[in-house]
Design a protein around this ligand. Sequence first.
Ligand SMILES: [Zn+2]
Length: 187
Amino acid sequence: MFRMLGMYSVVFFLLVLQIRGDIRQEALQNNSMFGGDMAGGISVPEITNSADGPVMAFVPNTNYKLWTGGVLYYEYDATATRNDQVLSAAIQEIHDKTCLRVYPRNGQASITSYVRITTTEPGCWSYVGMKTTGSQQLNLSVSGCWYVGTVIHELLHAFGFNHEHQRYDRNTYVTIQEANVEAGALS
Ligand SMILES: [Zn+2]
């Protein structure tokens, strides 16, 4: 009897792991966004549908630029569920490994460009670069986003990083093996 229970609990544990993995993956795959998690910004192409399928065009977005001195300010939205432990660990890793800096805005009115962290919408996503005309949303859904790696990933988008394999100049540096691209995915 106990052996059976033990076996079931192992199976259940593996199932939970599997489901958790899926939630984490899916949270980064928002269909309407370039790369699954970039809502707009510096280097994010506009996607339009033509008769031949979706077409990408890189249109410079002058409302976004890089953060002054590599310093990004953030604030939790009033509706957000805070997770200071994961956020602090993510920021610590960015500080340890890069020259980029992430600081709380603490309501300072003089800081007009800042990241506003929300947790109520689906998925994990960000704008790319610093919005020059006010705050910008960065969503980290309570479901599937609060992992140190995911928070770092979205903060780096906010800093201005694109996915390396989706950079407009990537073909100068790498060869995409199209046979390995999932059907229906924009390469
Ligand atoms: Zn991303």
